[in-house]
Write a protein that binds this ligand. Sequence first.
Ligand code: COA
Length: 497
Amino acid sequence: MQLERIRHAGLHEKVMSAEQASEFIKDGMTVGMSGFTRAGEAKAVPKALAERVKEHPLKINLMTGASLGNDLDKILTESGSLARRMPFQVDTTLRKAINNGEVMFIDQHLSETVEQLRNHQLKLPDIAIIEAVAITEEGHIVPTTSVGNSASFSIFAKQVIVEINTSHKPELEGLHDIYIPSYRPTRTPVPLVKVDDRIGSTAIPIPPEKIAAIVFTSQHDSYSTVGAPDVDTAAIAKHLVTFLENEVAEKRLAPNLGPLQAGIGNIANAVMMGLLDSDFTDLTMYSEVLQDSTFDLIDAGKMKFASGCSVILSERMNSKVFDNLEHYKDKLILRPQEISNHPEIVRRLGIIAINTALEFDIYGNVNSTHVCGTRMMNGIGGSGDFARNANMAIFVTKSIAKDGAISSVVPMASHVDHNEHDVDILVTEQGLADLRGLAPRERAVQIIKHCVHPDYRNQMLDYFERACARGGHTPHLLDEAFSWHINLEKNGTMKLL
Ligand code: COA
């Protein structure tokens, strides 16, 4: 029964246990593993590796698509087997190890990893570990709930371990569209002009002799932990929907808005949920991650097509979607992340990019990654791939965090992931600041008026007015610019005591 999933009969002899397969991984190797936003990661072999490392210590450099589910980053960190990790993570244990300097973390635009591999700017993976629903007659790998970087990892690695996960339905086959750009300088344009265009193959084409081991597993993906919208995220969504309605009325956007991209996490998901209460129809997504909100919008008849590179769902939505895949399959495509996040396509399609900020400053610089400018949260993910090239780059956040001890709007961002030149619209539950066509001093007025929490508004106005008195195109008081962060570290609050 299981062997039916390996349609290339010559590969049947490669089936072995996860423990045996883990022996292919040696000290110092670079390992490219499937997995993106906690979906479709290889599950059994990394766990077996973490066990093996307890007896025989070794360290690997681990590359993935993005974050891993099933606590794998935690397990691998605790086993001490991670030397380097890229390009994204969301795990609290790994986060701690990164911030302690124990694991070297390379926080990278998610479209860039395989491009740098292709150009030999990064060391090619020695081995790839890829979760699959099946292996085709040709020996090609059919991915599961994420494509991520799996295709290029498999192509570039010397050896490939395939984990066939029988908890995923075989019907997933056909969902994927694997397109690999050719080498520069003779590269041709990526031939994708509509969100639902299929431009590649449904499986990862590699020579079957590269497959060193095949492991069967039945462990399911982790479920999404995004919370239901709350009063603040609902208010953010309302401001944004009103703004988008006005853009359509002013004929700056098409009635269906054009393709949408939404970032990870609670806030972005809640904002997309807000579209359920709007009058928009025929919506499309050209995004990286597809969360519950995508499928709620499809179910409500508001979204007609969604292209992503991974699907991560709550337990409720997971069974609804994957037990009824025939209902969704003609409305979905999963692509490699360098295609889902490709700057050329983001610009061509005119994407509206909605991502979440940790903090932003009064001139529109956005910090998505570093708490108080030093401690890594998750990583930039694909937010930069989209924001820089989008038709409209929107960043959302709650105006305060940690019960009001933190203002998410600060005088000067303590770390900049998205600079003022890439940011068009900022939204908090307080309101929306439209920064398009505004000079820095004009932007600050809009941001302070519409986005800052009332508890911090006077404090911010005071800073801005004194900075303006000192002068400059982008006025700042350099001796005070980080005083809010310093106050937080010293006194536990950004409020002036
Ligand atoms: N300073 C410190 N902590 C802050 C903060 C700030 N200015 N603003 C928010 N936080 C904390 C929250 O308190 C919360 O902490 P908790 O986990 O201890 O409760 C945590 O950050 C997450 O905030 P939440 O409000 O739940 O938002 P979220 O789940 O939507 O996540 C980001 C927000 C920014 C962390 C997340 O979107 C992210 O990592 N983004 C960067 C990558 C990205 O954009 N990827 C998408 C590209 S497709």
